[in-house]
Ligand binder design. Sequence first.
Ligand code: ADP
Ligand code: MG
Ligand code: MG
Length: 883
Amino acid sequence: AKWVYSFGNGAAEGAADMRNLLGGKGANLAEMSSLGLPVPPGFTITTEVCTWYYEHGKSYPEELAADVSAALEKIGAATNREFGGLERPLLVSVRSGARVSMPGMMDTVLNLGLNDQTVEALASEAGDRRFAYDSYRRFIQMYSDVVLGVDHHEFEEVLEDYKQRNDLTLDTQVDADAWQGIIEKFKELVEEALERPFPQDPQEQLWGAIGAVFGSWMTPRAATYRRLHDIPGNWGTAVNVQAMVFGNMGQTSATGVAFTRNPSTGENALYGEFLVNAQGEDVVAGIRTPQDITEKARKEAGSSMPSLEALMPEAFAEFQSYCGRLEAHYKDMQDLEFTIEEGKLWMLQTRAGKRTAKAALKIAVDMVEDGLLTEEQAIGRVEPAALDQLLHPTIDPKAERNIVTTGLPASPGAASGAIVFSSDAAEEAKAAGRKVILVRIETSPEDIHGMHAAEGILTSRGGMTSHAAVVARGMGKPCVSGAGTLRIDYRNGLINVAGRQLKEGDIITIDGATGQVLLGEVTMLQPTLSGDFGTLMGWADKVRRMKVRTNAETPQDAKVARDFGAEGIGLCRTEHMFFEGERIIAVREMILADSEAGRRAALAKLLPMQRQDFTDIFKIMHGLPVTIRLLDPPLHEFLPKSDEELAEVAKAMNADPELLRDRALALDEFNPMLGHRGCRLLVSYPEIAEMQARAIFEAAVEAAKITGAPVVPEIMVPLVGLKGELDLVRQSIEAMAKAVMEESGTELTYQIGTMVELPRAALKAAEIAQSAEFFSFGTNDLTQTTFGISRDDAASFLGTYQSRGILEQDPFVSLDQEGVGELIRIGVERGRSARPDIKLGICGEHGGDPASIGFCERVGLDYVSCSPFRVPIARLAAAQAAL
Ligand code: ADP
Ligand code: MG
Ligand code: MG
C-alpha cells in the first residue's frame, strides 16, 4: 500500500476527493498545491496507517519509516533545507486531520526540528536571534503539552512571571536574551516533570508527534465526540507533516484566518483577522487582539488598528485572488488559514466554512444567482435542522450566560420570564401583562392553558418526547425538559438546584437550543425570515415528491402552519380540543357517566363546540386535506384528580361526588397507555364516534358553504390492531354521513382510514387496508409499542443506552429505521398490495426529523406531517431526500 502522499511546488500525489484517505486537511492541502497556490511542501500519512496502527498493537507498517524519510527528503529538496541540519535546518509542523474536523484530536505542533543546535543555525540564518528563540520556546511548550503531557499552564506561569517582574504586557516585548533564559527554565520544567530531558533528536521529536496524533484518535474525548456525531472508529486520522513558514519574523510577517464570505450574515465580503509578527494559534488564542483583514471590516468595526489591506497591500491582493479562485473551485464558502513570511504569502488550510442558518441561506441563494451552483445543489447546502434557528428568538451569542443547570433541548428558541409553578398562575400573570416561565416537575394535558400563557416551559422530568416537549414544539414555544438537578417544591414555591435557591417570581431564561437554564434576563435576537428563505423553499418545493402536512388542532396552529407552507393537516388530535375552558367538565361528565343516556347528554354539550372547531379549521385550510383523528384519550389524563375537580363535575352532572369518586377509581388503570383508549373506547361507546362524525360532517357542509371550496374530511380511527375494530367504527361513521347528507341535502365526500401505531396493525396491513382508504403511521406509539418502552419513562435509562453504545439515538427523536422502520415497510407493502391507491403518511414526531423524513421518502410515503414550526424543515428535508 501507499502510506505517504507528498504535496508542494505546484503538484501533489493526492487531491480533494481523497479525503477518506488523506483526511480533510491533507486532501485540501494537496488540492491547493495542484491548483498552483503557494503551499509549503509537505506530506500526509494516510488514515490507513492509523487503522493499521490499531490493528497491529500500536505499531507501524514496516515500510513507513523509509517512506517518511523519503518524503522528508523531498521537502528538503524543495526548500533547500535539511531536517536536523546545522545549516538551513528544516522545521516542520505536525498536524492531525481526520475526514471531518474533530475536537479532541491532537493539537498541532509547530517548529518541530528545533533543538539547542538547530536554533542557533536558525538564528544566524535569519540574522535574528529573537525570532529563533521565540520559535524554540513555542516548540518546547507545544510539544511538551500535546506530546509529552506536561500541562501548558506551567509554561505560561514561567512566562507570566517573567513579564510581571519586568513590567511587560506583550510576548512581542520579550527580547532574545530573555527568551533564552525562559527556554532554560522550560527545559528544566520538562526534565523535572518527566525525569528525562526534553528530546533533542529531531527524528525522535517527529515520531513522538506522529505517535501522539494516532494516539489521540482513541482518547475518551475523541471517542465521545465520534459517538455523538456518528463517526465510525475505523475511519482513523491522517497526519500532515509540512515545512514551516514563519509569521513571527518581524513586522513584515503575519498570520491569519479568513472566511471568503461573512459566516454570520452570509454577506459576500471577505472577512477575517490577522496578527503581525505572530505564529499559528495566536490569532484564535486571543493573546493579542487581532486586526481586521479588509479596510471595509476595519471601518465597520471602527478599529484604529490598520487592516492587512492597508498594511501589506500586495500580499492582501494575492490572498484575495486566491479566495475567489478557491470559492469558484470548491463552489462553496471557504474557511482559510494563511501566513505571510517576510512579505511572502503562504496558504495553510482551506475547508468549507461553518456558518449560521441565515448565512447558509444567503450564500446558497447568492451562489445560484452567480451561476456557481444549480438550484438543486443549493438545496443541499442548507441543513434542514438549522432552519429552526431562524424561526425562533435565540440568545445573543455575545450575551453573558449564568448557567444554573442544563436539561434537554426539547423545543427550540429562548425565552425569559418570572418563575411560576402552576398553569393557573401562568395564566393570571399573562393576563396581568407579565412574562413567565412555567416550571413543572412534568406537564399534563391540563397544563395546556398555562403553556399557552407562558413564554417557555421548564420541567425537571421527562424526555424529548414528554408531554411538555411535544406540546411546546407544537406551539413553537421554547422548552427545556428533564432538568433532573432541579428540586421543585410546589408547596413552598421554591426550586433547589446545585446549592442555590430560586423562588416564584425570580427571573430566569431558558435556551431550548442547548437545554441551558440561565439566571436573569438575557438579550435575545429576534427571528427574521429573509427573502432568501422563501427563495430556497420555493426551489425545495419544486423538487420534492412528498407532501408536507402539519399536526394541528387549533385554528392558530393551522394558520401558522399554512404560513409556513403546510399542504394540509395530517393529524388533528381531537382530545387536545377538550382541555380548553369549560369543555373539560363536559368531557369528564362523558367519561364518568354510568349509562349511555348520561354519555349522550354530555356528548350533546360537546357537539356544538367540536363543530365550531372543525368549521374554523376547514375554513383556514380552504379545501386542503384535513385528517381528523377520533378521540384517543389515555383515560388518566382526563379523570378528575382533586376534590374541587370532582365537585365541579358532580355539580354539572347533578350526581353524588362520592359515587363519582368510586367511578373514577374504578376507571383508573395500571397502564393507561395500553389501556382503554383509542378505538377501544369507540368500540365500547359508539356514541362518541357518532358525535364526532356528526360534528365533522356538519362542519364540512358549513365550511364548504362559506368558502366555496369543497371539504373532503379524512376521518382517522386511532389504535386499530384488528380489522374488526375499524369495521365497527366505520359503520357508525358511515351511518352518520348518511344522516347528515339527508338532513343537509348535500353530497359529501370523505375518507376513512386508520393510524398504524401497533405492530399488529403493520403486520395485518393487507387485511386492515380493505377497510381503510388511508394509513397514517403514528410513529410515537409505534415506537413505544415496538420497543415496549414508555416514552414518558424512557429518559431515566435511554441516556445510559446511548452512552454505552446500545442505542445510537433516542428512537423517539429519530426513527429507528431498522426496527420500527421494518414494520413501516411491511405496513406500506401489505397495505398497497390490498389497496394500490391507499394514501400513506406519517404523523409522529418523526415527521419533522430530517433523517426520518429521508426514510419516509425511501419507503415511498405520500406525505409527512409535523408540528407547525417544523414544516419548513420538513419541506427542505423532503426535497433533499428526493434528490
Ligand atoms: P487546527 O486544525 O487546530 O486549525 P492546524 O493544523 O490547522 O490546526 O494548525 C494550527 C495553526 O498552525 C494554524 O494557524 C496553522 O495555520 C498553523 N500552521 C500549521 N502548519 C503550519 C506551517 N507549516 N507553517 C506555519 N504555520 C502553520
Ligand atoms: Mg487549522
Ligand atoms: Mg397514538
